[in-house]
Design a protein around this ligand. Structure first.
Ligand SMILES: NC(=O)c1ccc[n+]([C@@H]2O[C@H](COP(=O)([O-])OP(=O)(O)OC[C@H]3O[C@@H](n4cnc5c(N)ncnc54)[C@H](O)[C@@H]3O)[C@@H](O)[C@H]2O)c1
Ligand SMILES: [Zn+2]
Ligand SMILES: [Zn+2]
Length: 377
């Protein structure tokens, strides 16, 4: 069968050599569909096919849910409209390739990352596909501007410059979290924060993204990593993922707690914000030492007061960012060499048709002691 003969169709050959494509049954595919704030359902949807020559279609083998999906469901991301299939992280098997795709073939196992890269626009050429102009002005399109990966099958645009082949011997669970949280913690937290050997690093918020900053910050050579996190179970996770100390904001003023843990009470070289609230950003500006870096990762929905009256004299650098995913190959190497145990983020397993239950668990992650859910076909 040619690459254009999709599931649910058979190609019938006649003696004259004329091929006829006959639709023999209505393919029923399932996906998690957003229907406006607070509304989602596990719906029957259309069978995706390559729309552009650079597209592929993947069978979604393993996917997960992101905190951003919960933001969408609260109505915080108005660009996501009724009828959109959610999800921007997946490991899948290629089932169809567009005519321009030469380096991927049916049957290949690939990581579909959160960020799509055309590989050609000015931003992609400067290794910043987070702002890919061809993908839609922003590299995050799955489950945002186009249908996403919480589905049985997904169409993947600009496939050759976006997906990563999964090497033999690497499990779905080992690679799935390289789609979003691991490069986010590393690129937007550790790299933007310029963490270098010997640094004292404070990570505010020990959810999956903060834990990824802790895990990769330790690899970058931080001498000491202090996690600031109110939930006891997540403070325990922080220590498992490489923090040296995990402190509770309820135990006293965060600035004083961090000062007590650092040389001469100066504070941290790098403060990484991994929550997304005005208060936690403000804490970062207060626990950082003069000359340090504040790296914001959190998605903020409310304005934050920047206390320049205190900060102007501190020689600090403040960075922000949307993940690019350009470090995925490097992180994959670290997974393969055993330096990053990426599978530790997956705490709860579900089947694809249990998607609604997976959302229920993830939405109450604290109650279930959940980090990320692993959803498999
Ligand atoms: N910039 C990007 O590209 C990017 C990509 C992915 C996610 N994000 C954002 O990163 C942030 C973290 O993501 P996540 O999935 O880990 O979220 P999460 O909600 O699972 O984790 C946030 C953690 O912060 C803790 N927290 C709450 N209040 C706190 C306080 N006052 N002090 C310290 N900790 C506090 C919570 O207990 C929780 O453990 C979110 O805002 C998310 O939207 C950004
Ligand atoms: Zn995400
Ligand atoms: Zn581009």
């Amino acid at each position: 069968m040619s690459q254009w003969a999709f599931r649910g169709r058979i190609r019938v050959g006649f003696q004259a050599g004329i091929a006829l494509i006959v639709r023999v049954w209505e393919v029923r595919l399932k996906a998690l569909v957003y229907h406006g704030p607070g509304q989602k359902s596990w719906d029957t949807v259309a069978d995706p096919a390559p729309a552009e020559p650079t597209d592929i279609v993947v069978q979604v083998d393993t996917t997960t849910i992101c905190g951003t999906d919960l933001h969408i469901l609260k109505g915080d991301v108005p660009a996501v409209t009724d009828g959109r299939i959610l999800g921007h992280e997946a490991v899948g098997t290629v089932t169809a390739v567009g005519s321009a795709v030469t380096s991927l073939a049916e049957g290949d196992r690939v990581l579909v990352p959160a960020i799509t890269s055309c590989g050609r626009c000015a931003y992609c050429k400067r290794a910043m596909p987070s702002h890919c102009q061809a993908a839609g002005g922003i590299g995050w399109i799955f489950g945002h501007l186009i249908d996403g990966t919480q589905a049985e099958y997904a169409r993947v645009p600009f496939a050759e410059t976006s997906v990563h082949k999964v090497p033999e011997g690497v499990t779905d669970e080992q690679v799935l979290f390289l789609a979003d949280i691991l490069p986010t913690g590393y690129e937007v937290g550790v790299k933007n924060g310029r963490v270098k050997p010997g640094d004292v690093v404070v990570v505010v918020g020990a959810g999956p993204v903060g834990l990824a900053a802790i895990q990769t910050g330790a690899l970058a050579g931080a001498a000491s990593i202090i996690a600031l996190e109110p939930a006891q179970s997540r403070r325990e996770h922080a220590l498992r993922f490489g923090a040296d100390v995990a402190i509770d904001p309820a135990d006293g003023d965060a600035e004083e707690q961090v000062a007590a843990l650092t040389d001469a009470g100066l504070g941290a070289d790098v403060a990484i914000e991994a929550v997304g609230t005005p208060g936690t950003f403000d804490i970062c500006t207060r626990v950082v030492r003069p000359g340090g870096v504040i790296a914001n990762i959190g998605v903020h929905g409310a304005p934050t007061t920047l206390h320049l009256e205190d900060l102007w004299i501190k020689n600090v650098t403040i960075t922000t960012g949307l993940v690019d995913g350009t470090t995925v190959p490097l992180l994959l190497q670290l997974v393969r060499s055993g330096k990053i145990a990426a599978e530790l983020y997956g705490t709860h397993d579900f089947a694809l048709n249990e998607m609604m239950a997976a959302y229920d668990t993830f939405a109450e992650a604290g109650r279930h002691n959940a980090l990320k859910v692993v959803i498999k076909r």
